[in-house]
Write a protein that binds this ligand. Structure first.
Ligand code: GRF
Length: 206
C-alpha cells in the first residue's frame, strides 16, 4: 500500500473544514490515503488550533506581524511544512494572501475552498459572509462551493471540485452560508482524494 500523503492545513478561524478533512482521514474518503500532519494558524485564538490539539495534530500559530516581510513569514511556514514532508497544502478559511515564494514552493499542491461557484463571486474582498451577501444581492438562483488550486491571483487557479446549492428568495446570507458550508465539508475531502490520485498517476510520484 502506498504511504499516506501528509497534509498541511492553513487556517484562521473556526476550522470546520479542517474538521471535515480530519474526519475524512480517519473514516472517510481519505482513510489510509492522507493524514493531517500540521495545522498552521494566522490567528493564535483560532478554534481550529483547538481542533488540531484534540486530535493530537501539531498546531502552530505563525503571525505575519512577527516577521520583517511576507517572504520571511513564508519561509518560516515552508520550513515547518517541509520538516514534516507535507505534500499538499490545504487552505481552510485562511485569510492571508500567500506570498509568491510560498506559491512557488508548493505550486500545483496548494488548494483552497471558496464558498461560491467560481469564477463568479471570487476575487479581492470576496470572503466570508460578503460572498453570500453578494450572491443574494445579485438574485442568483444557485450558489455553491468550489475547491481550486491556488495561484498568484485571488480565487483563480484550476477548479478541482465544485458543487451547487439552491438559493431561495427567503435566504439570508447566514442561511445560505450554512447550506454552502455543509457542501464544503463534503467536497473538500473529495477534492483532496482527487489530487492524491493525480499525484499518484504522475511518473515522478514517490
Ligand atoms: C469557509 O466558508 C471557506 O469556504 C472559506 O472560509 C470559511 C472557513 O470556515 N474560505 P471554517 O473555518 O472551515 O469553518
Amino acid at each position: 500500500m502506498l504511504s499516506k500523503i501528509k497534509l498541511g492545513v492553513l487556517v484562521s478561524g473556526g476550522g470546520s473544514n479542517l474538521q471535515a478533512i480530519i474526519d475524512a482521514c480517519q473514516s472517510g474518503v481519505l482513510r489510509n490515503r492522507a493524514e493531517v500532519s500540521l495545522v498552521i494558524s494566522s490567528n493564535p485564538n483560532a478554534f481550529a488550533l483547538e481542533r488540531a490539539s484534540r486530535h493530537e495534530i501539531d498546531g502552530l500559530s505563525i503571525k505575519i506581524k512577527c516577521f520583517p516581510s511576507p517572504a520571511d513569514h513564508s519561509k518560516e511556514m515552508i520550513s515547518h511544512l517541509q520538516r514534516r514532508n507535507v505534500g499538499i497544502v490545504c487552505l481552510a478559511g485562511y485569510t492571508l494572501k500567500l506570498d509568491s515564494s510560498f506559491i512557488e514552493a508548493y505550486r500545483g499542491r496548494i488548494i483552497n475552498i471558496h464558498p461560491a461557484l467560481l469564477p463568479k463571486f471570487g476575487g479581492k474582498g470576496m470572503y466570508g459572509i460578503h460572498v453570500h451577501e453578494a450572491v443574494i444581492a445579485a438574485h442568483e438562483s444557485e450558489s455553491g462551493a468550489t475547491v481550486h488550486f491556488v495561484d498568484e491571483e485571488y480565487d483563480h487557479g484550476e477548479i478541482v471540485e465544485q458543487r451547487k446549492a439552491p438559493v431561495s428568495p427567503l435566504d439570508t446570507p447566514e442561511t445560505l452560508a450554512k447550506r454552502v458550508l455543509e457542501i464544503e465539508h463534503e467536497i473538500y475531502p473529495m477534492a483532496i482524494a482527487k489530487i492524491i490520485d493525480r499525484i499518484a498517476s504522475q511518473p515522478e510520484a514517490k
